[in-house]
Design a protein around this ligand. Structure first.
Ligand SMILES: Nc1ncnc2c1ncn2[C@@H]1O[C@H](COP(=O)(O)OP(=O)(O)OP(=O)(O)O)[C@@H](O)[C@H]1O
Ligand SMILES: [Mg+2]
Length: 305
């Protein structure tokens, strides 16, 4: 078996105790998982279990207490333009305009490009997130939270990384903008070999976007317990996805994990001997029927659709 594009092995993060002489805080340990090239993976877990900490390590901005991260056969050490990051708190340069926040990154990525090329490329991505027509000249402090988040998304997309790391990127957006940027993200991702790792709290967003959803138990001593395969064919449409026979099976599994099992499994050892998350797969009833050469029963549709 070939190694996955991104491999996380035995990752652990421990912090010194905030109280003098107290025990150190183990946020997570024994975190193992792999992501294939071109895969779209979401991770879900309760607040404080360590998702952003894992993402910082993947970005090369934080160092884990134990374990290794290997991308494309090389250990991740320090940041790189091969990895584009959208942080939970946007992390824009406050003294630069929205446009310059993007051109700054594009220039670093393509040092040989002319000023015009850099600008045109940056505009393309700002347009994609609906931030042109004057807003691009404003500084972050003059933008709303949702607009700042969109600048941050444009900047990450514009450097065309191999790995896109997204920490709740759509949290501050209204439903309409959120939907259209999710679709843009899928459009950018589809048909390329871009690998996406995204943190979200929204199970419907995870099912709509991801190939697989990783589930983290509660901290301290959190770990990635399961890898749930979404198994719904692409391209997916927002209206039709809910009619897929697996949609509510996957959804119920994720909700149940968050509501109960994330707590029940907290602090317990991995069920598997190799420390890898357990794979959860719901067979597609349509595939099962076709394997048995049976006619597939059509799903019911609303009469007035
Ligand atoms: N530098 C630090 N020193 C001490 N503790 C820290 C430090 N950074 C993070 N932590 C702790 O690590 C834990 C995980 O934090 P992290 O931000 O990764 O959680 P998260 O899963 O992203 O949560 P959320 O969903 O709320 O964003 C928290 O309990 C946090 O208090
Ligand atoms: Mg976080």
């Amino acid at each position: 078996m070939t190694a996955p594009f991104l491999k996380i092995e035995q990752l652990a993060q421990r912090f010194p105790s905030p109280d003098k002489g107290g025990d150190q805080l183990t946020v997570f340990e024994n975190v193992n998982f792999g992501i294939e090239k071109g895969e779209f993976v979401c991770i879900i877990g309760h607040s404080g279990c360590g998702k952003s900490t894992i993402m910082n390590v993947l970005a090369g901005l934080g160092e884990a207490s134990e374990g290794v991260v290997v991308m494309d056969g090389r250990e991740v050490k320090g940041p790189s333009l091969d990895r584009g990051v959208v942080f939970q708190n946007y992390s824009l340069l406050p003294w630069l305009s929205a446009l310059k926040n993007v051109t700054f990154a594009v220039r670093a990525r393509h040092p040989g490009w002319s000023k015009e090329e850099v600008k045109a490329h940056s505009y393309k991505y700002l347009e994609l997130v609906g931030l042109t027509g004057g807003a691009e000249h404003r500084k972050p402090s003059q933008l709303s939270g949702g607009m700042r988040q969109r600048v941050s998304i444009a900047r990450a997309f514009a450097i065309q990384p191999k790995l896109l790391l997204l920490d709740e990127p759509f949290g501050a957006l209204d439903a309409l903008t959120r939907g259209s940027i999710q679709d843009e993200l899928l459009r950018i991702w589809q048909g390329t070999d871009l690998t996406v790792f995204m943190i979200t709290h929204d199970v419907d967003e995870a099912i709509y976007l991801a190939d697989r959803v990783l589930l983290m138990t509660n901290g301290p001593y959190a770990r990635v317990a399961e890898s749930v395969e979404v198994g719904i064919p692409r391209p997916r449409s927002r209206d039709e996805i809910v009619e897929h026979p697996n949609y509510y099976k996957v959804r119920n599994h994720l909700v149940h994990f968050l509501a109960r099992r994330s707590k029940e499994l907290a602090g317990k050892e991995h069920a598997s001997a190799n420390g890898q998350p357990e794979t959860v797969r719901f067979p597609d009833p349509q595939d099962e029927a076709s394997e048995r050469d049976e006619p597939v029963r059509p799903t019911l549709r609303a009469v007035n659709e």
